[in-house]
Design a protein around this ligand. Structure first.
Ligand code: G3P
Length: 218
């Protein structure tokens, strides 16, 4: 399963990329709003593309299909690794098909049901992003739709990749792995939670304390 970092924060992106922990980046307008400051979003996307080798999702903000296609074309010109993100609306699916026909990869976002995911695949989406945590927030079992989409895509031979999104904790990541999601996008906090274990910390502390009693160097 590919791991994407869900952020537009360049410090976080550099940290994860230099440790070879990630396969790509996803952003959304809210993430840009919280980290762009005075900077031009297009510049930020370019810097992200130059920092991470892999797909970089950049989202449109128009709500009509023509506007989304025009923004998508501008975004796609920034760098070959840009994946244009469109919302799962009728206009978004029209834009998805048009951009896809021009050779641009599209991530269809804000997916909350398996039938929506079917339509995105039919529109030629490269990725579908089901929002697990936001479904949990309203009392559903968000991961169930990831499992259903996996089943439907496999049964009907649909090649769109499942990108589990809105993941809030390591358990979500484990469940996405077990279901067979193609990718998962994680906020930086969840990425680092994946590598932490109290026994790793206490075990290392003990090894180092025992080694000290030898009073030698390696
Ligand atoms: O990639 C979509 C994701 O950023 C949404 O996450 O935590 O805002 O629901 P969240």
């Amino acid at each position: 399963m590919k791991i994407f970092l869900d952020t537009a924060d360049l410090d976080e992106i550099r940290r994860a990329a230099s440790a070879n922990l990630i396969d790509g980046i996803t952003t959304n307008p809210s993430l840009l709003a919280s980290s762009a400051g005075e900077r031009d979003p297009q510049e930020i996307f370019l810097e992200i593309c130059e920092t991470v080798e892999g797909p970089i999702s950049a989202e449109v903000v128009a709500v009509d299909a023509d506007g989304m296609v025009a923004e998508g074309r501008r975004l796609a010109k920034i760098h070959p690794n840009i994946v244009v993100k469109v919302p799962l609306t009728e206009d978004g699916l029209r834009a998805c098909r048009e951009l896809r026909d021009e050779g641009t990869r599209v991530n269809v976002t804000l997916c909350f049901s398996t039938t929506q995911a079917l339509l995105a695949a039919k529109a030629g989406a490269t990725y579908i992003s089901p929002f697990v945590g936001r479904l949990d927030d309203v009392g559903h079992e968000g991961m169930e739709i990831v499992a259903e989409i996996r089943q439907v895509y496999d049964r009907y031979g649909l090649e769109t990749e499942i990108l589990a999104a809105s993941l809030r904790h390591p358990r979500h990541v484990l469940e996405a792995l077990l279901i067979g999601a193609d990718c998962a996008t994680l906020p930086p906090k969840v990425l680092y939670q994946l590598m932490k274990h109290p026994h790793t910390d206490s075990g290392l502390e003990r090894f180092l304390a025992d080694w000290k009693t030898l009073n030698r160097e390696l």
